[in-house]
Design a protein. Structure first.
Length: 257
């Protein structure tokens, strides 16, 4: 059984560390800083087995060079179309990799960036800056239509699949979500739960796909009335009212929230 622990980095990043009880090897996801990883490895008597990268942004990659310097033979997995030059094993959608004998499928999730990928199986999803609990990544490079297509891949995962994103943005995302769906009972209950966790400086993650389908407005862009509480200037109104157009309206509102 794989164990996933959070290594805190910067002000609100999580570097996910995967281990098993069978050996002392660890893999990390999106190491934006090396020092917290090296400290965690030393503290728990672990060696680094490999690195998974979701996209090229510095807060997901800046620790890679130092980690490779310390562990020169490890593989660095990441998107094949990434501008980040530290990737040794480029990946494309449909590829499968094994991490600590656990298979992960690669899905392309452009939107936040064009090179974004996620590492998924039926139990775990490392979603980087694509899917956050209660939110989604800002569209720096891709389009709303691309991002909605990416979200549909994640929406298809089992409801109990755990979602490990890279930032502690949950409270802020839920404040936005409540502005979108102020009468959503699951959302209101979840927000209270997260507030209690954060009051004690406890991590709000992982979430689950099932939870996000109940409370995350971006995951719920297929609902015809999801934008009814938005100010009119943010609503993209068309005859078709496609889910990606709802997604675009929500993202525009969130960008100015």
């Amino acid at each position: 059984m794989v164990q996933v622990k959070a290594i805190k980095a910067f002000s609100d990043n999580y570097i996910w560390c995967l281990t098993t009880e069978q050996n002392n090897q660890a893999w990390v996801v999106d190491p934006g800083q090396s020092a917290p990883v090296l400290e965690h490895l030393a503290q728990h008597n672990l060696t680094l087995g490999g690195i998974l990268i979701t996209h090229h942004h510095y807060d997901h990659t800046d620790g890679v060079a130092q980690l490779v310097k310390q562990y020169p033979n490890i593989a660095v997995y990441g998107p094949s179309n990434s501008p980040f030059e530290g990737i040794t094993t480029p990946l494309n959608e449909g590829d499968t990799i094994s991490v600590l004998s656990i298979p992960f499928e690669i899905i392309a999730t452009p939107g936040h960036t064009l090179d974004h990928i996620c590492y998924i199986n039926d139990e775990l999803a490392f979603t980087g800056d694509t899917l956050f609990s209660g939110g989604c990544g800002r569209l720096f490079e891709g389009s709303p239509e691309q991002m909605w297509h990416s979200f549909n891949k994640l929406r298809a995962l089992p409801s109990d699949c755990k979602v490990y994103c890279t930032h502690e943005y949950t409270q802020a995302n839920l404040a936005f979500a409540k502005a979108v769906e102020p009468r959503n009972p699951e959302l209101l209950a979840y927000s209270e739960q997260v507030d209690r966790l954060r009051k004690d400086d406890e991590i709000s993650l992982p979430s689950t796909i099932g939870q996000e389908l109940k409370i995350n407005p971006f995951m719920r862009s297929n609902l015809p009335n999801i934008t009814e509480s938005l100010p009119k200037e943010y609503c993209l109104v068309t005859k078709n009212n496609e889910p990606w157009e709802n997604f675009a309206s929500l993202r525009k509102f969130k960008d100015n929230f």
